[in-house]
Design a protein around this ligand. Structure first.
Ligand code: T46
Length: 132
């Protein structure tokens, strides 16, 4: 499996929406870290790395962007624009993201604390590691 899209339950009792994410059956890992990204120029390509261990849930809270995922065999492009949808990515997936709308805000829920040693930043090294 390269990725999974989660459609979160929307609680809409008022004039608006609310999504609640809790540890348990509906969520694939225990959250240790949260970070968010905004104010990226449309043409910038972020990411360009894979992780050795990290699992992440990526949610586009506002606006839109494209995520390019690569497992060493095939590439997929996903358009994210729905705050009630989570893109779950396991380890050993090369990711790039770009085409940011001006209002794009991405929130990421991560299974591990930040660790630079978990990053594979060289594409050829990534291909070597996924083949092992
Ligand atoms: C991913 C995509 C979606 C920290 O100090 N702590 C953190 O938790 C993170 C994520 C980053 N940083 C520092 C490291 C760099 O100096 O913030 C700077 C930018 O990080 P990076 O270049 O890794 O950011 P992106 O947008 O290329 O990638 C990030 C995540 O690293 C990555 O795991 O999947 O967002």
């Amino acid at each position: 499996m390269m990725y999974k899209l989660y459609n979160f339950k929307i609680h809409g009792n008022y004039d608006g929406n609310l999504v609640a994410l809790e540890k348990g059956a509906d969520f694939p890992f225990e959250i240790k870290r949260v970070y968010y990204i905004w104010g990226t120029r449309p043409d910038v390509i972020r990411g360009c790395h894979a992780h050795r261990k990290l699992e992440q849930m990526i949610i586009c809270l506002s606006g839109s962007c494209d995520f390019i995922l690569d497992d060493g065999k095939e590439r997929t492009i996903l358009y994210l624009n729905n705050p009630a949808q989570g893109l779950y990515i396991k380890h050993n997936i090369w990711r790039e993201f770009t085409n940011f709308s001006p209002d794009c805000v991405i929130m990421v829920l991560a299974s591990e604390y930040y660790d630079e040693a978990d990053y594979i930043r060289d594409y050829n090294e990534f291909l070597r590691e996924v083949k092992i």
